[in-house]
Design a protein around this ligand. Structure first.
Ligand code: HGY
Ligand code: MN
Ligand code: MN
Length: 416
């Protein structure tokens, strides 16, 4: 399998260079780089015998038919979009590894009794529209009107971006005749391979592990409004500075999260308007990302943080407004499906470990419709959402062997 792992590394390196920005990897929803990435991954899909299509949400779908019609379909996939200044493994690993695994089975002459769809979801990170999982929601028919109305920093809505994308689709071969309604009753389940993005596997000296559950997360925007004014002539006592109010709140977010483990809360993006050095900030928009394995605890923390924002605003003569852009409950992975995956993990690395995922994944969306399982791959120092994100060739080889074993094991399963 060493050549398979070498192919996988080469593909990850190549895909990691397809970016919207020079010098760093940023590939957001329906961007020009996404178009190039889909075209490149489509060639790899076709090279192992998959029929390739693209749906109206820009998801890339490679399908391997079963020998007999009416057989169920196993879904394998992850996302092809990235955060800004991303690593080359987050998402891409879960799309490219199944392609290499299917190529390995083809080389061995193994015909699977079920169909397979390899899914390259077009949007999981929620960078462009501040709402995650638009790709897998589109694939599963779960996109809501509110999702389509979301606007990016340039004022373009999701609906407009999707319309522009399908008009520009490269060839008929990549454009599905129509967005196919999902038929979950036809699915065996969804398996996602993903970087752990945390330190546990490294601490346990394990190359891979299985996921028991995925933490719930809420994302949104909090806007503080005050009074813009002249930085030189406005006395400090007369100011209604939106940024200092926002800064006080950001520290309150950190203080609450530090006191309430395993709660995590992050202010990751800040927009200050009008954004000139000699103008007192009149309006500040902050992003908020709150996560917890327990939904009740997450919701309590969110209520507390919004109340703190209102208190700070009142005291400083500001207004504040909260807008939720995403809210997902915690999800448990399918026990039988995960047990089968754990058998393959044990067959390859002798020991299997179950982890809770603090990161969100497309499996959260897929779990609403079909059993889900996830394989985590160790990442160096737990670092992710960073250019230095890294999974070793040896660990990639272990993950590849696990997935080949899993597909072979599932093929022999009486319930197919
Ligand atoms: O943010 C996350 O949890 C994931 O990387 N999308
Ligand atoms: Mn990510
Ligand atoms: Mn990811």
């Amino acid at each position: 399998m060493a050549t398979g792992a070498q192919d996988l590394r080469r593909m990850l390196d190549e895909l990691g260079r397809i970016s919207d920005e020079r010098g760093r990897l940023t590939r957001t929803f329906l961007s020009p780089a996404m178009r190039r990435a889909n075209a490149r991954v489509a060639t790899w899909m076709r090279s192992v015998g998959l029929n390739v299509r693209e749906d109206a949400t820009g998801n890339l779908i490679g399908r391997l038919e079963a020998p007999r019609s009416g057989a169920k379909t196993l879904l394998l996939g992850s996302h092809l979009d990235t955060v800004r200044a991303a690593g080359r493994f987050d998402g891409a690993l879960g799309v490219l590894l199944p392609i290499v695994a299917l190529g390995e089975l083809r080389r061995r002459g193994v015909a699977l009794p079920f169909a397979v769809e390899v899914l390259g979801f077009s949007e999981e990170e929620g960078v462009r529209f501040s709402s995650a999982y638009l790709g897998s929601k589109g694939y599963t028919g779960q996109l809501r009107a509110a999702d389509l109305k979301l606007r990016d920093a340039g004022g373009v809505s999701v609906r407009q971006a999707m319309a522009a994308w399908t008009r520009g689709a490269p060839t008929a071969e990549l454009r599905s005749a129509a967005a196919r309604a999902p038929r979950p009753q036809q699915w065996l389940g969804y398996l996602e391979v993903h970087l752990e993005q945390g330190p546990v596997l490294e601490a346990k000296r394990l190359a891979v592990g299985v996921v028991s559950a995925i933490a719930g997360q809420t994302r949104g925007r909090l806007t503080f409004c005050g009074q813009a004014g002249h930085a030189g002539t406005t006395p400090m006592a007369l100011r209604r500075d939106a940024f200092t109010g926002a800064a006080e709140w950001a520290l309150a977010v950190e203080t609450l999260a530090r006191r309430s483990s395993p709660l995590v809360a992050t202010v990751g993006a800040v927009v200050v308007a009008p954004g000139a050095p000699n103008v007192i900030p009149g309006e500040v928009v902050l992003s908020l990302d709150v996560r917890h394995p327990d939904d009740g605890a997450r919701r309590d923390a969110l209520r507390r943080l919004i109340a703190d924002a209102k208190k700070i605003a009142r005291r400083r003569g500001l207004t504040c407004e909260w807008q939720v852009t995403q809210d997902n409950g915690a999800v448990s992975c399918s026990v039988p499906f995960t047990d089968l995956l754990a058998q393959s993990v044990r067959a390859v690395q002798r020991r299997s470990l179950a982890l809770v995922s603090g990161a969100g994944h497309d499996a959260v969306v897929m779990a609403a419709l079909t059993p889900v399982a996830m394989l985590f791959v160790r990442c160096r120092e737990g670092l992710s959402h960073h250019p230095d994100e890294f999974a070793s060739p040896a660990d990639l080889n272990v993950a590849l062997r696990v997935i080949v074993d899993f597909l072979t094991r599932l093929a022999g399963h009486e319930k197919i």
